[in-house]
Design a protein around this ligand. Sequence first.
Ligand code: ADP
Ligand code: NI
Length: 217
Amino acid sequence: MMPSQESILLHTEAYVKEELAGEPSGHDWWHIHRVRQTALAIAEAERADAFICEMSALLHDLADEKLNDSKEAGMEKVHEWLCSQDVDPESRKHIEMIISTMSYAGGNGPAMETIEGKVVQDADRLDAIGAIGIARAFAYGGAKGHILHDPDSSPREITTAEEYRTKPATAINHFYEKLFKLKDLMNTSFGRKIAERRTERMHVFLEAFYAEWEGRQ
Ligand code: ADP
Ligand code: NI
């Protein structure tokens, strides 16, 4: 008998929870939980396949190069997991394709090919903006030992994965180097609508931040 999608999802959730527990740079289990939730909401609006979206959301950060020796080693882990769960080969290949191509990497990667890929990429990007995105930017900066803000350092134009990963940025510069750009990179109209609302929240936050920084009480 083929394992049911429901039981595959339950096993996968338990596996990912264990693998990512306590991950300090913003990829802990609750990031995965939020991406899954958002992916399912967008999938419904866009009539995308819920199982493919949910599985890809659950597994998307397991292959991250930050958590593995290499991207290939990470993808091998995903591949082995999907095989161990008897996911049918067509779905397995689709999920692997989504996970291997969805990462931000400076924002210049090729467009996602399938609607399910577009949905999951939007959901992951939405978790980097808005109130949660603000919190994650400062948590990331803290984990890397960066300072909050340096008025003497201005945001840079970052276009390659290499620059994105290796150049240290203050959390405030990160808003300009990436977070404000995400709205225009949304794939789906539902995702774009959420992105607009969340981007507005970041503008409100930064206005207050600069006001206090400059002594305007
Ligand atoms: P993902 O792989 O989930 O798309 P990243 O690994 O690039 O995201 O980053 C994890 C979180 O940390 C995101 O919310 C991202 O915006 C934030 N982040 C990444 N780089 C920086 C940075 N230099 N300063 C502050 N926050 C960052
Ligand atoms: Ni993610």
